[in-house]
Design a protein around this ligand. Structure first.
Ligand code: CTP
Ligand code: MG
Length: 230
């Protein structure tokens, strides 16, 4: 099995509001994106890592990759306007190998367990598609446009979805080709795969696997970092 990991890292981090992209902010002196890449560098199942980022970040990132000796990283790929475009651009550089797997993971989720990476990739190998998720902790209700509750959803069936998400390469290529043809947009890759009639398997992950999105996530990140040494 050959596994390529695509790490979309071309966002502006508008909700973080920092001067530099949030993926380059440091937690305990290590840039978030380096913490994330290191998790995949360590995984025995990962063969290569494709980072998609903005061209004005290439020089900084290349320097960091070489100083942290992240040898699985391939030449950097220029990102697009939306996350979906960035992943599509990364996908174009994934080699066509038989039984290849592509795993997609947000640059800004640095606290990922090795077991989760392994389980998601192995499940994608067996079932074609797999996603990391945690059980919903809160009760979730659906509202109407009038702001009133329409229904209370059954919590035992609800999951908060994360990355990594892994797929047989042929499946993810088909999902992206279809999305391009139909103009479909999605905030995660799984939705595009679901749209071509494939139901990804859910792999139960950890609540530590947060997406660093707003300044309060950085505070939480400071608390989590000691549990995830480089
Ligand atoms: N991303 C990307 N290309 C884009 C937009 C986002 O590669 N055009 C990446 C981000 O860099 C991040 C991941 O997708 O690693 C998840 O996106 P998000 O958390 O939304 O990051 P940003 O888009 O940077 O943040 P914001 O939405 O607050 O601007
Ligand atoms: Mg965004």
């Amino acid at each position: 099995m050959h596994t390529s990991v695509i790490i979309p890292a071309a966002g502006f981090g508008e909700r973080m509001g920092s001067a530099i992209g949030k993926q380059f902010l440091s937690i305990d002196n290590v840039p978030i994106i380096i913490r994330t890449i290191a998790c995949f560098q360590r995984s025995r199942l990962v063969d290569e890592i494709i980072i998609v980022t903005r061209e004005d970040s290439f020089a900084l990132l290349e320097e960091l990759i070489s100083s942290f000796a992240l040898s699985k990283v391939r030449p950097l790929v220029k990102g697009g306007a939306r996350r979906q475009d960035s992943v599509a651009l990364g996908l174009r550089t994934v080699p066509d190998v038989q039984d290849g797997i592509v795993c997609v993971h947000d640059a800004v989720r640095p606290f990922i367990l090795d077991a989760t990476i392994t389980q998601v990739i192995e499940a994608a190998g067996h079932f074609g598609a797999a996603i990391a998720a945690v059980k919903a902790k809160d009760t979730i209700k659906q509202s109407g446009s009038d702001g009133r509750v329409q229904q209370t959803l059954d919590r035992s069936t609800l999951w908060n979805v994360q990355t990594p998400q892994a797929f047989r390469t042929s499946i993810l290529r088909e999902a992206y080709a279809q999305a391009e043809r139909s103009g479909r947009t999605a905030t995660d890759d799984s939705f595009l795969v679901e749209s071509i009639g494939i139901a990804p398997v859910i792999v139960e992950s950890s609540y530590d696997n947060i997406k660093i999105t707003t300044p309060d996530d950085l505070l939480l990140g400071q608390l989590l970092a000691p549990r995830y040494p480089l």
